[in-house]
Design a protein around this ligand. Structure first.
Ligand SMILES: CC(C)(COP(=O)(O)OP(=O)(O)OC[C@H]1O[C@@H](n2cnc3c(N)ncnc32)[C@H](O)[C@@H]1OP(=O)(O)O)[C@@H](O)C(=O)NCCC(=O)NCCS
Length: 181
């Protein structure tokens, strides 16, 4: 089941994310956020973008969310997307389902482009994003230093819809509208 993330999901989400901060370079964060910090990130993101979780066996099997790609005004139709799947649920279509739902919601909001920044090499993530229709844009070489070496980050892009002149302003996510008093 795919649904919007709630603050109560924060500790499971933080547990999925923790090894990527502490034991790998997949995330460039070096200190894993705790549940309280994750709850505050979920709350903040959800004002502007969808944050989705996939529930399986009453556990969080994975999550995906969008965030601003850059904050300058002309970038406002472009989002960055992030996805992490629990080790027990990888290779079972969870990432595909989360991204498909996320992109539907982003299209409804009026966004045009999605970008993914991926530590390279990360063959699983690169293949996954290309399977989802992303194309490679380019590589920031040796942009981060983590676990004793300089690391490259590649960028991939996906057109959520064809560009048009005079695009309408992106709308807040439907759940944000619903939760307004
Ligand atoms: C990368 C990741 C998000 C993929 O999610 P997933 O749920 O495991 O992927 P899916 O089962 O939906 O796979 C969809 C397609 O992606 C590709 N893919 C997924 N995992 C792959 C792997 N390990 N190796 C090669 N291709 C892979 C395949 O084309 C696959 O289609 P197929 O099953 O028909 O072969 C997930 O493995 C993950 O969280 N990895 C660790 C964290 C990470 O790297 N996150 C991305 C940060 S940028």
């Amino acid at each position: 089941m795919i649904r919007l993330a709630e603050k109560r999901d924060a500790s499971e989400i933080a547990a999925i994310y923790r090894p990527f901060c502490e034991e790998s370079c997949v995330s460039f964060e070096t200190e894993a956020p705790d549940a309280a910090e994750m709850a505050s990130r979920i709350e903040k993101i959800r004002l502007r973008f969808p944050w989705l979780v996939c529930e399986r066996d009453q556990r969080i099997a994975g999550y995906a969310y969008a965030s601003a790609h850059r904050e300058r005004a002309a970038y406002r139709w472009a989002v960055e997307v992030t996805v992490y799947i629990h080790a027990d649920y990888r290779g079972q279509g969870v990432g595909t389902s989360l991204y498909a739902e996320l992109f539907d919601l982003l299209r409804e909001q009026g966004f045009f482009k999605a970008y993914a920044g991926i530590l390279v090499p990360n063959p699983a993530s690169q293949a996954f994003h290309e399977a989802m229709g992303f194309s490679p844009v380019g590589i920031y070489r040796k942009i981060g230093y983590k676990l004793g070496a300089w690391r490259d980050v590649g960028w991939w892009e996906l057109a959520l819809r064809p560009e048009i002149d005079s695009p309408a302003e992106p709308r807040p996510p439907a759940h944000a509208i619903e939760s307004q008093p």
